[in-house]
Structures are given as structure tokens and as C-alpha cells.
Write a protein that binds this ligand. Structure first.
Ligand code: HPA
Length: 234
């Protein structure tokens, strides 16, 4: 019984999770065979099918922000037998070497979100991170596919339109590669429920160069991330 996903929907053990429901649909339509839509509650589309090499996989949107991915990842892990959630999203780059279109494998997520406060760890702070084995596998598959990757920490922010346009420099000075809005919640749910999570990002805009992917580029440049993510299912 789940509140935000269709009851009885069938999910594969591994779910790829873009933020945008239409991106989930795009991936299902272009990369899966024998797939069906298994949930569309609140427009959050979910599909289960097979990769072209025959492995069962699901694709489901997370919506935007930690609260949204916090809800969907919790229900998938807890109620639908899902073991691995691989977020496939976009980020803003904080470092000059991370160019638009580049792929980042996320090691850990820092955040200004209050999501972790539920754990009441006496003022301590938890460091949510990708599962090591998923991360290693993604790194090795990226090498095989000849996809260059940056590997490192990111910042999951609750704020997209920041009052202070230079605030990012504090995180950049600490070596954080870029900013998105979901990984922190996903990683914490995986840790809490003893499941696995990974985040793969494509740089869609740069705080350093001020460049951003055009609408058309978004479609084409994201493909290599999708292809890499689809190799993650055994
Ligand atoms: N900020 C937050 N999330 C993002 C960004 C950004 O600049 N780009 C893509 N996701």
C-alpha cells in the first residue's frame, strides 16, 4: 500500500530516476522494449520494461527537490521491492573543469536541506553518499563506453534562485563540483533502508562560464548519461 505510486504496480529491482516525467517517458520510448506505464499518480510517470539486451528495468520520475525524491524513493524501496535507485539528472557546475555536457559521478551530497534532521543524531551531521559498488561499476562502464567522467562531491540545494549569486563560491572553494536538488534525500533514504543509490549527473549550466545547454543540446547531450545508466542493470 503506497500513497503516491499506483498500488500493485510492478517495478524492477533497479530504477533509473530522472527528475522530469517527460524525460522518463523519453527514455522508455527510446531505450526500452516491451515496456508499460505502471504509474502516473500526480503526473509522476513510471515505466517498467526491458533494456535492448533483455534486462528488466524501471524508469520513474522523481519530481524536483529533496522532499519529492524523498517521497518516491522511500515508497519504491519500502513498498515495491526496489534495491537500486540511480538518479540521472542535471546540475549546475561550480568548477571550471566541469563543462556543459560533461558527466559527473557523484560520490557524496552536502545540503542545506533539513531532511536529515529526522534522524536526531545529537547535532552530528551525516554524510550521504553513493553506494561504492554502484559507483565503481558506473566508473568502469563509463571507461568502456569511452565516456569521460568527473567523480566527486556535489551540493543538493533547496534553493534554485539564490538571493546571493556568489554564494556558490563557498562550496566551490571546498572542491564541490556542482549543484542539483535531489541526491541528498535519495542517499539518506538508501542509507536508512539499507538499500543502494547512485547519482549520475550531466552538467546543464555552469556558474563559472555562465554557459548552458540549449533545449536541443539537452536532448542529445543527455543521451550518453542514459546509455551509461542503462548498463547498470545486471
Ligand atoms: N541549480 C540547482 N539545480 C540545478 C541547476 C542549478 O543551477 N542546474 C541543474 N540543476
Amino acid at each position: 500500500m503506497s500513497t503516491h505510486i499506483k498500488n500493485g504496480a510492478h517495478f524492477a529491482k533497479t530504477v533509473l530516476m530522472p527528475g522530469d516525467p517527460l524525460r522518463a517517458k523519453f527514455i522508455a520510448e527510446n531505450y526500452l522494449v516491451e515496456y508499460e506505464e505502471v504509474s502516473s499518480v500526480r503526473g509522476i510517470l513510471a515505466f517498467t520494461g526491458k533494456t535492448k539486451t533483455g534486462q528488466e528495468i524501471s524508469i520513474m520520475a522523481s519530481g524536483m527537490g529533496v522532499p519529492s525524491i524523498g517521497i518516491y524513493s522511500y515508497e519504491l524501496y519500502k513498498e515495491y521491492g526496489v534495491e537500486n535507485i540511480i538518479r540521472i539528472g542535471t546540475c549546475g557546475a561550480y568548477q571550471p573543469e566541469c563543462k556543459v555536457g560533461d558527466v559527473i559521478l557523484v560520490t557524496s551530497a552536502s545540503s542545506n536541506s533539513s531532511f536529515g534532521s529526522q534522524f536526531d543524531i545529537r547535532g552530528g551531521s551525516i554524510s550521504p553518499c553513493s553506494d561504492f559498488h554502484l559507483l565503481l561499476k558506473a566508473y568502469e562502464h563509463a571507461k568502456k563506453l569511452d565516456i569521460p567522467v568527473h567523480v566527486g562531491p556535489i551540493y543538493s540545494s533547496d534553493i534554485f534562485y539564490d538571493q546571493d549569486p556568489n554564494f556558490y563560491k563557498k562550496w566551490a572553494d571546498l572542491g564541490v563540483l556542482g549543484v542539483e536538488m535531489e541526491s541528498y534525500g535519495l542517499f539518506l533514504n538508501a542509507m536508512r533502508l539499507k538499500k543502494k543509490a547512485l547519482c549520475i549527473l550531466t552538467v546543464s549550466d555552469s556558474f563559472v562560464s555562465k554557459e548552458e545547454l540549449t533545449q536541443e543540446e539537452r536532448q542529445t547531450k543527455l543521451n550518453k548519461m542514459f546509455e551509461l545508466a542503462l548498463t547498470m542493470v545486471d
